[in-house]
Design a protein around this ligand. Sequence first.
Ligand code: DQA
Length: 144
Amino acid sequence: KTVTVLNGPNLNLLGKRQPEIYGHDTLADVETLCRDTAAPFGLEVAFHQSNHEGEIVEQVHAARESSAGIIINPAAYTHTSVAILDALNTFEGPVIEVHISNVHKRESFRHHSYVSFRADAVIAGCGVEGYALAMRRMASLLAD
Ligand code: DQA
């Protein structure tokens, strides 16, 4: 089985971008973490990042064919994108939403998530380790 991991805008700069909030690990480190966590469960990982809302919508559509589950950090689109929510609503498998920072501890505009209307689980404030936690939970959901 394959798990698609999607990352939204500005996460290509992870490690350089506001490290006091998001830490020093890069997105390449996150990809390695996801693959290393998935491997013992026999899961493949398709890992993507995009700064463009429509491209993320299309990556969700592609996951409909290729993947059993989606882990998504929609970044700023979390708080704005009905289009990504609608795309996720076309996906039948489990969806887990990840935020590196604790969005609830931050500005009030980060407290609302469109994606949470669809997500089966939400992980926030665990740093990049949240991706590993999400992958483990995904493995449990896909094993049931
Ligand atoms: C984020 C939180 C969002 O509010 C922000 O726009 C991001 C990253 C996180 O991982 O903590 O870009 O999703």
